[in-house]
Design a protein around this ligand. Structure first.
Ligand SMILES: *[C@@H]1O[C@H](CO)[C@@H](O)[C@H](O)[C@H]1NC(C)=O
Ligand SMILES: *[C@@H]1O[C@H](CO)[C@@H](O)[C@H](O)[C@H]1NC(C)=O
Ligand SMILES: *[C@@H]1O[C@H](CO)[C@@H](O)[C@H](O)[C@H]1NC(C)=O
Ligand SMILES: *[C@@H]1O[C@H](CO)[C@@H](O)[C@H](O)[C@H]1NC(C)=O
Length: 269
């Protein structure tokens, strides 16, 4: 997952091999038909069950993708995703927020496929909840409500932080077997196609941006739930974050001296 700004895509990247418990219970989610548009892949992307379920698929001809109708400027965005299961080598599922234009900002979860049984990014047999808390002070990435990364606003020392451009939510599933798995050595096994990722329980407790009014809350109740606006990590949260990173993080760009031989990005110091 990464955060990049402005226009320096993938300036930061961490990879996790998380094996978390199955998600139990589910909150009532929104209606995909009302909140999202399918933008790529024709019938490979589908909204089912009256808008309660969205699926993306990838075959040899094309992948697929969707985007939110609304643009958001700060908020808490929750989505439960079941990633491509089994042998997903060569595939990439991206779930991210992005603004538009040449100097766009991005806040990304990016899941690279792997060979069957190799515990690489995340447990793919079940839905997991991916949340992005984006407020003026920081961005917190959570998986099943466990913080896995925090990006602090360090504008005061010159690190760009996305706080001016509204972003849409995007997700797509595509073939990237030229680089995704073992640097491109492991190719997509098309006998396993189509590959499918599923989405349920989307919830945005966020400011919907429009030029007329910079912030309309996305659900009438959410102005009463303002926890995300000041959300930070308490001692317990910091402790969980440290343990998750120690145990499961398999790549941290902040320690990649080979890649950043000219010096690490400022936020790593
Ligand atoms: C979701 O929205 C669509 C389009 O507005 C509507 O047809 C459908 O009945 C809605 N689903 C539910 C579960 O309310
Ligand atoms: C795939 O799984 C292996 C074994 O767990 C791991 O070493 C590797 O980093 C994983 N990721 C990729 C992209 O191959
Ligand atoms: C919004 O408020 C109503 C009335 O208090 C409540 O019944 C409903 O569950 C709330 N919805 C959410 C998403 O919190
Ligand atoms: C916020 O909560 C108060 C008290 O519970 C309630 O009177 C008010 O209608 C709520 N506001 C919104 C926008 O739901």
């Amino acid at each position: 997952m990464s955060f990049s700004s402005p226009s320096s895509k993938l300036s930061s990247l961490l990879l996790f091999a998380l094996l978390l418990g199955y998600l139990i219970g589910s909150s009532k989610g929104g209606n995909f038909s009302q909140d999202f548009d399918i933008i790529w892949g024709d019938q490979r992307a589908q909204m089912l069950n009256g808008g309660q379920l969205l699926t993306l698929s990838l075959d040899k001809v094309s992948g697929s993708g969707f985007q939110s109708k609304n643009e958001y400027l700060f908020g808490r965005i929750d989505m439960q995703i079941k990633l491509v299961s089994g042998n997903s080598a060569g595939t990439v599922t991206a779930y991210y927020l992005s603004s538009q234009g040449p100097t766009h900002d991005e806040i990304d979860f990016e899941f690279l496929g792997n060979l069957t049984g190799e515990p690489y990014v995340l447990h793919t047999n079940a839905f997991h909840a991916y949340s992005i808390v984006w407020n003026k002070q920081r961005i917190i990435f959570l998986v099943d409500d466990i913080p896995i990364r925090v990006f602090q606003n360090l504008e005061s020392v010159g690190v760009p932080f996305p706080n001016k451009q509204a972003m849409r939510i995007y997700s797509s599933l595509w073939n990237a077997d030229d680089w995704a798995t073992k640097g491109g050595l492991v190719k997509t096994d098309w006998t396993q196609a189509p590959f499918t990722a599923s989405y349920i329980n989307f919830k945005a407790n966020a400011c919907i941006w429009s030029s007329a009014s910079p912030c309309t809350f996305s659900s009438p109740n959410s102005s009463n739930d303002s926890a995300w606006q000041v959300q930070t990590l308490d001692a317990l949260g910091r402790d969980r974050l440290r343990r998750v990173q120690q145990k499961y993080m398999i790549y941290n760009y902040c320690t990649d001296l080979k890649r950043f031989s000219q010096g690490l990005p400022t936020e790593c110091k």
